[in-house]
Design a protein around this ligand. Structure first.
Ligand SMILES: Cc1ncc(COP(=O)(O)O)c(C=O)c1O
Length: 372
């Protein structure tokens, strides 16, 4: 794999040492081109291409479905994780207690709390959520398990297959927030027994703001009432019958109206690049870079709190410090982009990074090590 060519897809790398895909990733050129193409076409041709754009959006839906082992009927486009999670919480209203992790990002928890779910939070062991600890937290009232694939504030990567098996054993509805993994760490909704999955395309997916997705397992589409609808939610939208309420048993019915073409197309372009590189290559590259980064940090006595074992490592490496905002400011001034989160500084590495980025970061971090 020629990683220099991949890096060229991300011109931001010429301006910054960009170590913040966990906060917001640059768009790949493949993704950006697709969004720009739409705006140019609408600028030049008005709405005359509507049918073509609808067909192209259907192709992106197929692509996204394949990418996570789902069928197109099980995929809805959303604008972000919060929207997707609200769709799920409203679909599952009154289904019973939610069990989740203490350090989840608010988009994973607030949509449940807001409509009155009893949400029980599991304390981590350090930064880990071991499967046996989750199992011990299940009781007869637990019906729904909500977990991030990768925790945003620690980088802990959950074993989705093991958690999916646990949900099967206890007949729990398994809801996954994949925002900190999408694009980089392969997802197979079948293998992992996932019922619902949400993600935002802004981070690792390199698809930008407003590009998100939702997976709903087919069995739920026939069992549960869709909480939100619009003119395109019905079996035959072309009739524009304002009294017809026979809804399509497809996740896309939740979209209600017309798709957000530019963000959907950008997501398609982003997935094309991942497919071109290959899922395994992508994951291995990020694991290799995060392994190198954490190894160097530990060598120079920085306090790394993220998992370093390969089974639970991700692209996120957290360095513990009380002084994160000041250190982040110093590094940003040197065009090194990292963020302040949770217990310290979050450094994240993706397919556009290389060893030189990490060496520059380590060098500059050492120069302000007294602030850590
Ligand atoms: C795990 C996780 N989910 C979701 C989000 C963002 O939420 P939304 O897509 O609703 O803006 C973040 C942002 O940091 C995150 O880390």
């Amino acid at each position: 794999m020629n990683w220099n060519d991949v890096r060229k897809e991300f011109p931001v790398c010429e301006k910054y040492v960009y170590l913040n895909p966990a906060g917001g990733s640059p768009l790949s050129t493949s993704a950006a081109k697709e969004g720009i193409r739409f705006y140019n076409e609408m600028n030049q041709f008005g709405d005359t291409l509507y049918e073509e754009w609808m067909d192209q959006a259907a192709c992106v839906r197929d692509k996204l479905a394949k990418f996570i082992g789902a069928t197109p009927e099980e995929i809805a486009f959303t604008s972000n994780t919060s929207q997707g999670m609200n769709f799920v919480s409203h679909m599952l209203k009154n289904k019973g207690n939610v069990l989740t992790m203490k350090n989840e990002f608010p988009s994973s928890t607030l949509p449940w709390l807001n409509i009155g779910f009893n949400v029980v939070m599991i304390e981590p062991n350090g930064v880990y959520y071991p499967i046996n600890k989750i199992e011990a937290s299940i009781n007869s009232d637990t019906r729904i398990l909500v977990s991030s694939y990768i925790q945003y504030s620690t980088g802990f990567r959950q074993d989705l297959e093991a958690l999916g098996n646990l949900c099967k054993k206890y007949n729990l509805i398994f809801v996954v927030n994949a925002t900190q993994a999408m694009g980089i760490f392969p997802i197979d909704v079948e293998k992992s027994n996932i019922d619902f999955l949400v993600f935002s395309g802004l981070k690792w997916a390199t698809a930008g703001y407003g590009a998100g997705g939702l997976f709903i397992r087919k069995k739920w589409l026939s069992k549960l009432k869709l909480p939100f609808v619009g003119w395109q939610s019905v079996v035959n939208p072309g009739l524009m019958d304002n009294q017809q309420t026979s809804l399509r048993p497809e996740a896309s019915a939740l979209e209600g109206g017309c798709p957000s073409f530019p963000t959907v197309f950008a997501l398609g372009g982003a997935i094309d690049l991942f497919n071109k590189i290959g899922k395994k290559n992508v994951m291995n590259r990020v694991l290799e870079l995060s392994g190198y980064l954490s190894g160097e940090l530990i060598k120079y006595d920085f306090d790394v709190i993220s998992p370093i074992d390969e089974a639970h490592r991700s692209g996120i490496v957290m360095i513990k410090t009380q002084n994160a905002p000041e250190i982040v400011r110093c590094l940003n001034e040197k065009k090194i982009i990292v963020s302040s989160r949770g217990a310290g500084i979050r450094v994240s590495v993706s397919i556009f990074n290389n060893h030189n980025d990490i060496d520059i970061f380590i060098h500059e971090a050492k120069s302000v090590q007294h602030l850590f």
